[in-house]
Each structure stands twice: as structure tokens, then as C-alpha cells.
Design a protein around this ligand. Structure first.
Ligand code: BDR
Ligand code: CA
Length: 303
């Protein structure tokens, strides 16, 4: 099950997940994050139209605002529509998903109960839906096999403020509830995701030659142009969210430490910062990654 806020790198994470035989993606839920919820939900459908998954995952809309505070969007990174203005047709009426009419937190707890100790939840947006799911049915959430979360900056600088990473900063209260929940969590912070990037070299040598709808999509969604113009004048594109999927496909690509993590929910300079603490449940925090190994995995799954 994937909870996301599609988003350029969320879209790439969905492609990686659906193309990986190690995983069976049963559901995709949307949360307010990089762009407003309605746009996220439309983007989930667009990306599924591209992937055309035969198993027809269930999709559901989640929270349209954080538990506390105002929405923060990332249009400057992901474009106005969250997909860099890409032109994918939404094949309406084609059966690539099943619509769940309830809310995402309801679907998450329902699936956790339906597949006890089997279901992994990969969360690659703000943690609002997960916090709501915990409030709705904690016992159900305890039936999850694992929860893998892309978020936070442990021993490196943040990417929204010098201290905070986007997914945690967007809803620190939700993050505090989830990270303190005692669920079997693996955290995939900027410490590792910032070591994974598509560069012009990878685009030229490994992505472009694939010549299929997915390689073309990556070129379009990342705004890749050429080795000189790069990605809309950005040197590289971090694969934050795909790495969280990579952790589930092949955990040997990462090294982890067991840490207790706290989240700053008070407004001020450190709002949304996560820090190591002495108290609280210990979670697995990824602090090392086999960069080349993951990039090889990622491009190999585009074919
Ligand atoms: C995270 O923030 C979002 O903009 C990305 O999709 C990713 O989930 C990285 O900080
Ligand atoms: Ca995301």
C-alpha cells in the first residue's frame, strides 16, 4: 500500500513499485502535500493510466489539510500541477484502478486488518493519513507488517528550512504521532535520499536509450533537456520517494541504526525538525545507502 502526494518523485516511486515483482501494490492513497489533495488524486490516476496495472489497485482520497497549521505546497519543485506540466492522457473509464468511496485512513486500516502481518505501508508524503488511521483504529494499524516512511533530516540539513524536511514540516503533529506510535517503522530520511539522484549522465546513458513510455515520461516530468541545459537548469533530480520503495524491494541496499526520534511541533525556527532522543520507541533509521546499486535497480525496472 502506498500513501503519496504525487509529485514528480512520487510518480517515479509508483512506477518503480508497480514494476517490481517483489511487491504487489494493492492500494494507493493520496494526501495533501506537494500539491493540493484534488490535484494529488488526479495525478495518482494519471500515473496509473501510464502504468496500466492489471491488478486494479484501490485508490482513495485522504486528508486535504494537515492536522494542525497551514498547508505548505511545493509548486516550485514539482510544477503547478505536481507533474511538471507533463501531458499524460487520463484514460477515463479505462479500468486501471478501483475507487474507494471512503477516506484513505479508513482504507489503510481496512487493508491492514484484511492482510494481518502481511501488508507494508510505504508513506511518501506528509503523515496526515497515517496519523488519522492510528486515531481511527490503532489495533488495526498494529497488524501492519512494516511502515516505511520517506521523511526527515537526521544528521543533515533540511530541504524546506535549514532544519526541516518537507514531508515532516508539512504536518509535524502527524509525524510526531506516527513516529512515536511503536509501529515497526523504517525511516528513509534526506541523509540517504540526497545521495540518490538522476544526473544528466544517467539520463543520457541509461534512461534515454530505454525508449519506452516510462523513459519518455521521466524525461518529461523531470524537465530533462540536455547535458548542458540539464533539468530545467537544475543539475540533478533527487529520487527521495523511489528510495523508500527500494528499501522494501531490497533492504540490503541500505544500512540502518535503531534510534528514538522526536519531532518539533512548536512554531519557530525548529518547526518540523526531527531529532534523536533518549526516550520513545526505537525505529530503524536509514543512514547509509548503496547509491549505484539503487540507481541500477531503478533504471532496470523501467524496461
Ligand atoms: C519529499 O518532499 C516531497 O517534495 C517529495 O515528493 C518527497 O516526498 C522530499 O523532501
Ligand atoms: Ca512525496
Amino acid at each position: 500500500m502506498i500513501d503519496c502526494d504525487v509529485g514528480v518523485d512520487d510518480a517515479l516511486a509508483l512506477i518503480l513499485a508497480f514494476h517490481s515483482p517483489e511487491l504487489k501494490v494493492e492500494a494507493v492513497t493520496g494526501v495533501n502535500g506537494n500539491v493540493p489533495l484534488e490535484q494529488v488524486f488526479g495525478n495518482i490516476q494519471k500515473v496509473l493510466s501510464l502504468i496500466q496495472p492489471k491488478n486494479r489497485p484501490i485508490i482513495a482520497k485522504g486528508a486535504d489539510k494537515p492536522l494542525k497549521g497551514n498547508s505548505v505546497y511545493a509548486h516550485s519543485v514539482h510544477g503547478k500541477d505536481g507533474l511538471g506540466g507533463t501531458q499524460i492522457d487520463l484514460r477515463e473509464g479505462e479500468p486501471w484502478w478501483q475507487l474507494f468511496t471512503g477516506r484513505a485512513d479508513e482504507l489503510i486500516t481496512k487493508m491492514a486488518r484484511q492482510y494481518p502481518d502481511e501488508m507494508t505501508l510505504i508513506a511518501i508524503g506528509p503523515l496526515t493519513n497515517l496519523a488519522l488511521a492510528l486515531q481511527r483504529d490503532r489495533e488495526g494499524m498494529e497488524k501492519l507488517k512494516a511502515v516505511v516512511i520517506m521523511g526527515g533530516a537526521v544528521r543533515v540539513k533540511g530541504n524546506v528550512t535549514p532544519h526541516a524536511e518537507f514531508n515532516i514540516y508539512s504536518d509535524p503533529l502527524a509525524a510526531k504521532i506516527v513516529l512515536g506510535s511503536e509501529l515497526p517503522i523504517t525511516l528513509v530520511p534526506l541523509d540517504v535520499t540526497q545521495q540518490i539522484a538522476l544526473t544528466p549522465q544517467w539520463m543520457e546513458k541509461r534512461v534515454k536509450p530505454i525508449h519506452n513510455s516510462f523513459s519518455r515520461f521521466i524525461i518529461e516530468v523531470t524537465g530533462y533537456h540536455s547535458p548542458t541545459c540539464q533539468f530545467r537548469n537544475k543539475e540533478l533530480i533527487h529520487l527521495h520517494d523511489p528510495l523508500a520503495v527500494g528499501v522494501v524491494i531490497d533492504p540490503s541496499l541500505l544500512s540502518t541504526e535503531k534510534l528514538s526520534i522526536d519531532v518539533e511541533t512548536q512554531e519557530g525556527e525548529h518547526y518540523g525538525k526531527i531529532s534523536e532522543t533518549e526516550e520513545g520507541p526505537k525505529i530503524d533509521v536509514c543512514l547509509g545507502v548503496n547509491t549505484k546499486g539503487f540507481l541500477e535497480l531503478f533504471v532496470s525496472r523501467l524496461g
